[in-house]
Design a binder for this molecule. Sequence first.
Ligand SMILES: *[C@@H]1O[C@H](CO)[C@@H](O)[C@H](O)[C@H]1NC(C)=O
Ligand SMILES: *[C@@H]1O[C@H](CO)[C@@H](O)[C@H](O)[C@H]1NC(C)=O
Ligand SMILES: *[C@@H]1O[C@H](CO)[C@@H](O)[C@H](O)[C@H]1NC(C)=O
Ligand SMILES: *[C@@H]1O[C@H](CO)[C@@H](O)[C@H](O)[C@H]1NC(C)=O
Ligand SMILES: *[C@@H]1O[C@H](CO)[C@@H](O)[C@H](O)[C@H]1NC(C)=O
Ligand SMILES: *[C@@H]1O[C@H](CO)[C@@H](O)[C@H](O)[C@H]1NC(C)=O
Ligand SMILES: *[C@@H]1O[C@H](CO)[C@@H](O)[C@H](O)[C@H]1NC(C)=O
Ligand SMILES: *[C@@H]1O[C@H](CO)[C@@H](O)[C@H](O)[C@H]1NC(C)=O
Ligand SMILES: *[C@@H]1O[C@H](CO)[C@@H](O)[C@H](O)[C@H]1NC(C)=O
Ligand SMILES: *[C@@H]1O[C@H](CO)[C@@H](O)[C@H](O)[C@H]1NC(C)=O
Ligand SMILES: *[C@@H]1O[C@H](CO)[C@@H](O)[C@H](O)[C@H]1NC(C)=O
Ligand SMILES: *[C@@H]1O[C@H](CO)[C@@H](O)[C@H](O)[C@H]1NC(C)=O
Ligand SMILES: [Zn+2]
Ligand SMILES: [Zn+2]
Length: 618
Amino acid sequence: MLASVLPALVASAFSLGVRACGDDHSHAHDTDASLIRRAFPSVPLPAPTRPLVWGDVNIIHTTDSHGWLLGHQKTSWPEPNYSGDFGDFASFVTHMKELALEKDVDLLLVDSGDLHDGTGLSDGFPPGGVDGHESNKFIAQLPYDLLAIGNHELYVYANTLDMHQNFAPKFPGRYLSSNVNITLNGTDGQPVSVPVGSRYAKFKTRKGRKVTSLGVLFDFTGNSANTTVQKVEDMVKESWFAEAIQEEPDFFLLAGHMPVSLKDHWPTVFNAVRAVHPTTPILILGGHTHIRDCQQYDNRSIALESGRYMETVGWLSADLDEKHHKKNISFTRRYLDPNRVTYEYHTGRRNNTFDTAHGQEITKGLNQLFDNFDLSFLYGTAPQDYTLNRNPYPSNGSLLSLFAEQATPVALAINNSRASVPKYIISNSGALRFDLYKGAFTKNDQLTSSPFVDAYSYIPNVTLSVAQDLFNELNKQGETRRALEAYDAALYERGEVGMRYKAWLEEMDARHGIALRDASNLTLGYVTKDNCPGVGDDIAHAPLPFFSTPAFIASLPPNVSASTPIDLVYVNFFQPQLLQVLNSVQSVRQYAATDTTVYTPLLTNEVLGLFAQAAWNS
Ligand SMILES: *[C@@H]1O[C@H](CO)[C@@H](O)[C@H](O)[C@H]1NC(C)=O
Ligand SMILES: *[C@@H]1O[C@H](CO)[C@@H](O)[C@H](O)[C@H]1NC(C)=O
Ligand SMILES: *[C@@H]1O[C@H](CO)[C@@H](O)[C@H](O)[C@H]1NC(C)=O
Ligand SMILES: *[C@@H]1O[C@H](CO)[C@@H](O)[C@H](O)[C@H]1NC(C)=O
Ligand SMILES: *[C@@H]1O[C@H](CO)[C@@H](O)[C@H](O)[C@H]1NC(C)=O
Ligand SMILES: *[C@@H]1O[C@H](CO)[C@@H](O)[C@H](O)[C@H]1NC(C)=O
Ligand SMILES: *[C@@H]1O[C@H](CO)[C@@H](O)[C@H](O)[C@H]1NC(C)=O
Ligand SMILES: *[C@@H]1O[C@H](CO)[C@@H](O)[C@H](O)[C@H]1NC(C)=O
Ligand SMILES: *[C@@H]1O[C@H](CO)[C@@H](O)[C@H](O)[C@H]1NC(C)=O
Ligand SMILES: *[C@@H]1O[C@H](CO)[C@@H](O)[C@H](O)[C@H]1NC(C)=O
Ligand SMILES: *[C@@H]1O[C@H](CO)[C@@H](O)[C@H](O)[C@H]1NC(C)=O
Ligand SMILES: *[C@@H]1O[C@H](CO)[C@@H](O)[C@H](O)[C@H]1NC(C)=O
Ligand SMILES: [Zn+2]
Ligand SMILES: [Zn+2]
């Protein structure tokens, strides 16, 4: 469902600091073993078995990193597979550059956007700060050849301004926003609209290959005021576009925050370039739907998408040297699980020869930022894993059940004069973003799992049976809407990608999930089936189990009769929909917004922490 993406992200700049811990909490907990080291994997990780295939032109690709610069540090599988931090990644890039020199080939580093919104490193800033401002300084320390803007750079004007003023200048001419502008106050007092970064780039590789690049964002409409996203189909008609692609380079390197699937807009850009250059190699690096995917729009091009949250680092190689323009180009692609073992294997390094001084400095800096934002602040210790889609809802392994049935009732009762009135609480499952794993539950985990900032309201004197009818009807409508492509399309346009990512998980589980998990010794992870030749995943995995979940989740009903009046409590993000459905499931009275009252000053993003403090500290 539409997570509270929009209100939440807009509000985040102001309210993430609400419970910031400038108070009297003790740091004694911070010595918890699981919090100390955030780079070396805490469990043994066997190595990949297939060396990467190098070509004349090679690319390392990141996308949708969303602040996950300290990697995934939990010990539940498959998290350790993604335990490499950005310092490890920096060391990896350095060694790969050395290998490229030895092989005398080109190696480029490309990012496809969405640097904001995802973990405490990006979102845990103190009041008055700007999301991603500190974490992006570490991105800027890597030798990226090309970067593209993502939609998460555009929900909050201050973030876009920060990218324009502070981030883009770190990569002169190489931070691209071909169809994205920001409006600034001009010197003459008139507003002026300018590209956030640059519209296109032309440069030469180390080996002297001429490259023309774009950085394109999908047709996103959820951007903040004073930012502009031009539709891709209009961008390709611009005269600057025609001029930019006119001269034939050795290859086009197109980065962009846009999925590579045929139903999205890469083909629009691809066709516009192909119309002018029928055989020039085109290398495309996409993103946004958080999946691993690869397409070849024709036999002299390739388009790669490299997952999300630093759970994937993409590899692409191309043999461009044969100049027979009629021939297919040999491409390879690989999806790496980002961790030290993967990095060491592919660079021929060992644990004690892998780290570069710069890599270690980055890890140290990230840990320092973690401390500065007090992200180790411990709410409690989770007794087990709670997942979004790996366990059915309802069940005791479901994060949705934990949130709806346990955490919300406990948290909302705190300091609440209505706590003794029986209540039924309805939340949107989109209030939760990431699995919650066994072990320490910290401020960082709270920002990661439940970042959205929405209030709870209530309507008194609704009978339990009406409240339950309402809940069932809300989900029934959700199912109906889900079946409508137009509804999905509307959400997608606003930046929601959960449905695409979940469809991917569901597909890999349906393909052979049970068989692989039961019959083999494979470990859990992504099992990619894309449209490029050969096997893409660097490590063979069995897929995670997948269970689909409803749009709305509820507390257990109070132990009262169906006709007893209770408090109907809900996340007011979906109040208009709730009122409409409430008026359709009963006719005793017509409810309006004036019948609703704020239930508690607490917000959705505080619920898990308060629950953990109450329940997970024994
Ligand atoms: C532009 O001017 C308006 C009105 O004076 C002001 O509120 C706003 O902060 C300015 N924006 C920037 C980016 O300086
Ligand atoms: C947009 O920018 C103009 C000035 O450039 C300013 O007056 C206006 O308040 C801004 N709008 C928002 C919603 O920030
Ligand atoms: C973006 O900025 C450029 C340069 O100021 C301007 O020419 C163009 O019209 C703007 N594009 C959009 C879509 O606002
Ligand atoms: C060339 O690539 C096309 C797909 O673009 C494929 O159908 C064809 O079999 C390839 N030909 C050769 C000789 O590899
Ligand atoms: C590559 O594709 C083009 C058109 O799609 C086709 O004409 C050509 O024969 C293909 N080349 C090879 C080697 O298959
Ligand atoms: C790698 O080296 C670090 C630091 O010396 C050490 O703590 C860690 O246990 C080593 N890991 C392996 C897998 O040997
Ligand atoms: C969760 O449910 C399973 C199956 O019903 C049960 O075996 C397990 O003990 C339960 N765990 C907890 C923590 O309640
Ligand atoms: C509840 O009230 C107590 C006493 O006023 C206060 O210390 C505590 O912070 C409050 N808790 C919440 C979650 O607001
Ligand atoms: C509660 O609802 C009943 C009818 O459904 C009504 O008779 C009663 O007055 C209501 N009480 C309050 C406090 O609104
Ligand atoms: C799985 O087991 C087979 C033989 O039992 C072994 O050869 C193979 O290496 C194992 N694979 C993994 C990923 O552990
Ligand atoms: C990924 O995790 C599994 C355990 O689920 C482990 O066996 C496997 O070796 C890991 N892969 C890498 C590259 O570390
Ligand atoms: C529900 O309430 C009834 C009557 O007050 C009581 O007998 C019963 O034990 C309660 N059930 C639970 C699960 O609390
Ligand atoms: Zn993203
Ligand atoms: Zn995105």
